[in-house]
Design a protein around this ligand. Structure first.
Ligand code: COA
Length: 223
């Protein structure tokens, strides 16, 4: 392990745990960049290629991700990790990075997304909401639903990150069954057998969503 949980965690306004269908998802918020001397050779190679701003964001991400890997008793060299990952996920926003992780065997994939203050226009929302979502919630593109569009954007991004082999997918491939709900079920059109769940909370005036792919027997029991 390169450095400790205490060094990576800040008083961030990010909850330390969220729950999806009785599965605990732990959250780590890192405000401080990982110290350069603690980087692996692979991490150092990436960091050295980045400009100042991107480098700080990268190092903050390594702090959050490294801590999650240590908690999962996995190799903490983040340069060896390929996303999406079965048991942890990462998001950057503003001056923090947030990782979400779980060791629950019933979770086949996990995703996290945090947006503290972005604005999502109706035009942009048309790109990521599906026809079914627009039909289910006809006035969602009205101006008074602007906060819901940002919330739904974090849901879609978290669902995308939680899904294995997502290279050929986009956020628009995921449909949230009840788009107004702060927690619930989503479906992936091309893979109806994938059991997707999500939960969103308000954090730092924005939205933080974690999503999980559950093992089929778990999803059936929770339905
Ligand atoms: C990859 C993607 C999910 C990153 O999301 P983002 O909001 O730009 O950035 P975030 O800070 O929240 O997340 C970044 C982290 O996601 C993780 N990540 C990258 N690619 C990933 C993937 N394919 N699956 C899961 N997680 C991924 C990485 O850990 C990354 O951090 P790192 O680069 O420091 O390692 C996003 O760029 C994307 O491709 N979305 C889906 C494509 C899409 O539908 N686009 C919009 C069409 S309207």
């Amino acid at each position: 392990m390169h450095f400790t949980l205490a060094q990576a965690t800040v008083d961030s306004g990010i909850p330390s745990r969220m729950v999806i269908d009785d599965v605990n998802i732990e959250l780590i918020a890192a405000g401080q960049p990982a110290p350069v001397h603690a980087l692996s050779t692979g991490e150092r190679t990436v960091a050295d290629r980045l400009g100042k701003g991107a480098r700080i964001e990268f190092l903050r991400g390594r702090a959050a991700q490294n801590t999650a890997l240590a908690a999962l008793c996995l190799d903490t060299d983040t340069s060896l990790v390929r996303m999406p990952h079965r048991s942890h996920s990462l998001t950057h926003a503003g001056d923090i990075a947030v990782s979400a992780y779980t060791s629950a065997e019933r979770v086949l994939g996990i995703g996290v997304d945090f947006e503290p203050d972005a604005k999502v226009s109706a035009d942009r929302a048309r790109f990521f909401l599906t026809q079914r979502e627009l039909e289910t919630w006809p006035d969602v593109l009205q101006p008074h639903h602007a906060p819901d569009l940002l919330r739904l954007w974090t849901v879609k991004e978290a669902l995308y990150k939680a899904t294995a082999d997502n290279d050929a997918l986009t956020v628009r491939d995921f449909t949230v069954n009840e788009p107004w709900a702060w927690s619930g079920i989503a479906t992936l059109g091309s893979r109806p057998d994938v059991a997707l769940r999500y939960v969103t909370t308000v954090a730092r005036g924005g939205y933080l969503t974690v999503a999980a792919v559950l093992a089929p027997q778990m999803a059936a029991a929770a339905a």
